[in-house]
Design a protein around this ligand. Structure first.
Ligand code: GDP
Ligand code: MG
Length: 752
């Protein structure tokens, strides 16, 4: 509905609801239209005109005054803008609303006094509703909006209106003051001041400006004192809120050249200035030096947040809500800080998301990936994000900014933390593997060389290396000043696992050693036990073991076996301990090793004995024993049987003697005590440190492992009752054969 009138009067402007083009922004934008709608494209306008990037380096001016007092004309001359001007012939009112344009005279050559950068000008139309008998709602609302945002309010007034206290202008000023009191009621701390810059038009020159000034100030003071002030502000003075400046311009139509000349001069006053006396010393612009823009007038809204701020302020005004500027500033800060945080997170994402993806991919495939230079990329992305945030967001409300900064950092850190922990898991896994490989290789090399390598030293060296690598990676991930990023916990965990791996490797190494020693025991026992049994073959004893010189009797066979068994194992234990020393094995590990060695050695012996008494073997030995007794005389001379010989007597004696060996062989018994050897005591109790793994390959031993249900007696049974009887039968048969043969040869010898 507003479009046609907009086109008539402000045809070049981007109106509310338009899809604006860049050209339109060149001229300006309708911030609020006559329907009191706010233009959401204001920020685009600020972007397009390069204002949004200016931070605090911009200024905002609004102009007030009765309709058709040449306000828009003045602005267009002063700032090179193109605000709608009533045509001389039509005398039709321009559209209500608030228009904004950017100063185009910024770079004009004005000698020493150039205008300030980024001056935004608001032309407030329809602020004189009272004159036309219209409702004063818009007047009030636009006054509030202008005051909440502008540093300088230009009050445009005809010279002949000065001193007309009842005039429409004064009514407008009353509104401005009232609105101001309402506005800053909640913002006493900030108490931002504004400059009321009176521009007196059609100044004839007969009354000097200073006189007009005096009159205006008197009128203003009168208006101020007539205001009913809110509670707590009864004593406030007009100068608590406003500074004043004055300028006079000649008649534009009657003195066009002088008018332009004075406008040019006036333009130079729109630059930075400072105060030379205390704010409430006087009411005149004599107290300002330089330009009219005092830092204290600035509303401290960063340019990139202005649009959001203005929208919020207008929203409150339109709905007749109390305008609470501090709250508006906080809301703005929240909004903008969130927006800026999102922007910086986009850049952060560009670096971090691909790394997260890579890591997740690795995890999915079960192949943890160590990302090169992750700490550097992470730290770079983090500080870039935080710096970018700081640069933009720190201009906003301090409390909100710090809170949002903490939020942003925590968002960033949550991402980095997950990424870094993933990285350390990968480093951990790789580190454990290369540690265990390195130790394994070093051991292999040591074994190949045959030298007695120092296992403990190898482990220590590789562990130091692995820890250094881990620490190096963890350090590269540290974020200075950020407590979660020191990774002490992860380091400890890694060290713990290395220790576990070392312990496992050492156990394996101990096992290998034990196996070697057991093999040695086996071969030693294999030989010596065999020799002992071979002695049985010699029935008269002694002749089977000539190297001994003594005559071992058959009766103490087991004593000798036990002795040589225990002494062999003793020697093996010494060898074992010797080597275990170089692994840095603990006392309990050694204890377990020895215990296992004794058990396994016994098992070896037991198997060896079983081999010896296997049917064929033992029968052969008995036969040798018997034949030795039967075929040789006491002097060891072979018998030639004659028919007269007592073959039967000799046979019976030899047979009984050999048969007596069978019960002896059947049980492992010591001669003196006629009891089993003290095997349980000799093996000893299982040490406390024994883990199920240690027992896995151990054969149960009767009388030692009680829960196995086999007694020591059974353990020591070499030949079962059945086997014994069977052996007796077989032996007798065999002996009978020898006897018959002897008989035959005796008869045969006679017939020869
Ligand atoms: P606005 O409604 O206050 O914005 O006034 P305009 O700028 O639209 O001007 C209203 C009329 O006043 C126009 O016809 C102008 O030509 C005229 N005008 C502009 N400047 C002056 C001036 O300095 N003196 C006089 N007497 N008329 C002016
Ligand atoms: Mg106008």
């Amino acid at each position: 509905a507003t479009a046609p009138s907009v086109m008539t009067m402000n045809g070049h402007f981007a109106a509310v609801g338009d899809a604006p083009t860049k050209e339109q922004y060149e001229h300006g934008i309708q911030v609020i239209d006559d329907e009191k709608e706010y233009n959401p494209n204001l920020n685009t306008f600020l972007q397009q005109t390069g204002t949004a990037q200016a931070g605090f380096n911009y200024h905002l001016i609004s102009v007030f005054g009765s309709q058709s007092t040449g306000k828009s004309t003045l602005l267009n001359y002063l700032f090179g803008t193109a605000f709608g001007v009533m045509s001389e012939s039509e005398r039709r009112q321009t559209t209500k609303g608030i228009w904004m344009s950017k100063n185009k005279r910024e770079s004009d050559d004005r000698g020493a006094h150039k205008m300030a950068e980024n001056i935004l000008v608001m032309d407030v139309e329809g602020t004189d509703g009272r004159e036309r008998g219209e409702d004063q709602d818009f007047e009030r609302k636009s006054a509030l909006f202008a005051l909440a945002t502008s540093e300088v309010l230009i009050i445009n007034i005809w010279e002949h209106q000065v001193g007309l206290y009842q005039g429409a202008n004064m009514g407008l000023l009353k509104t401005v003051f009232e609105v101001n009191l309402q506005l800053f009621l909640k913002d006493k701390q900030a108490n931002p001041r504004s400059l009321l810059f009176f521009v007196i038009r059609d100044h004839i020159g007969t009354t000097p400006l200073s006189n007009l000034q005096q009159t205006l100030i008197q009128d203003l003071t009168k208006i101020w004192s007539s205001l009913s002030k809110p509670k707590g502000l009864e004593k406030s003075r007009i100068e608590d809120y406003f500074d004043f400046a004055f300028a006079a311009l000649p008649h534009k139509i009657l003195q066009p050249e002088k008018f332009e000349e004075e406008v040019l001069k006036l333009g130079t006053r729109f630059r930075a200035g400072h105060r030379v006396s205390k704010p409430d010393d006087t009411h005149t612009d004599q107290e300002l030096e330089g330009g009219v823009f005092l830092p204290e007038y600035h509303r401290r809204i960063p340019a990139d947040g202005f649009s959001v701020y203005a929208a919020g302020v207008w929203e409150q005004i339109v709905h007749n809500k109390d305008l609470d500027l501090p709250t508006q500033q906080e809301l703005l800060a929240q909004f903008r800080c969130d927006e800026i945080a999102r922007e910086v997170l986009v850049a952060f994402d560009e670096t971090i998301a691909p790394l997260e993806e890579k890591q997740a991919e690795g995890t999915r495939l079960g192949n943890l990936i160590v990302i090169a230079e992750l700490g550097i990329s992470g730290l770079k992305a983090r500080s870039a994000a935080v710096k970018a945030f700081e640069a933009e967001a720190s201009r906003y409300h301090k409390g909100v900014y710090s809170r949002k900064r903490v939020e942003l950092e925590s968002k960033i850190d949550t991402r980095l933390k997950a990424l870094y922990h993933g990285q350390l898991s990968a480093v951990h896994k790789a580190g454990v593997k290369s540690f265990s490989d390195a130790v394994g290789n070093a051991v292999k090399i040591g074994q190949k060389k045959g030298a007695s390598y120092e296992f403990a030293e190898i482990v220590e060296k590789e562990k130091t290396k692995a820890l250094e690598t881990f620490e190096c990676e963890a350090k590269s991930l540290a974020v200075p000043g950020v407590p979660w990023a020191n990774f002490k916990q992860q380091y400890k965990l890694f060290e713990k696992e290395l220790d576990e791996v070392s312990a496992r490797l050492r156990r394996e190494e101990m096992r290998r050693l034990a196996t070697r020693i057991e093999r040695w025991v086996k071969s030693r026992l294999g030989e010596s036990v065999g020799l002992e049994f071979n002695k049985l073959g010699s029935g008269r004893g002694g002749s089977g073991a000539p190297e001994e010189g003594t005559k071992p009797t058959e009766k103490d066979l087991w004593d000798r076996i036990w002795t040589l068994f225990t002494s062999t194992v003793k020697e093996a234990e010494t060898r074992f301990l010797d080597r275990a020393q170089s692994f840095d094995a603990s006392e309990s590990e050694k204890e377990v090793g020895l215990w296992r060695l004794r058990r396994k050695s016994w098992a070896v012996l037991r198997v060896r004995i079983d081999e010896e008494v296997m049917e064929g073997n033992i029968l052969l030995k008995l036969r040798e024993n018997f034949e030795d007794k039967f075929r040789y005389d006491d002097a060891g001379v072979p018998r030639i049987w004659r028919p007269t010989d007592d073959i039967e007597g000799i046979y019976t004696k030899a047979r009984e003697s050999t048969l007596a060996l069978i019960p002896l062989l059947s049980r492992f018994r010591l001669a003196e005590s006629y009891a089993p050897p003290p095997l349980p005591d000799w093996i000893g109790h299982a040490p406390d440190a024994v883990v199920p793994d240690d027992e896995e390959d151990l054969t149960p031993i009767g009388g030692v492992d009680e829960e196995e249900g086999k007694s020591l007696e059974e353990e020591m049974t070499v030949l079962s009752e059945a086997k014994r009887q069977d052996l007796v039968v077989r032996f007798k048969k065999m002996a009978d054969g020898v006897y018959v043969e002897a008989k035959r040869s005796a008869i045969g010898g006679v017939t020869q």
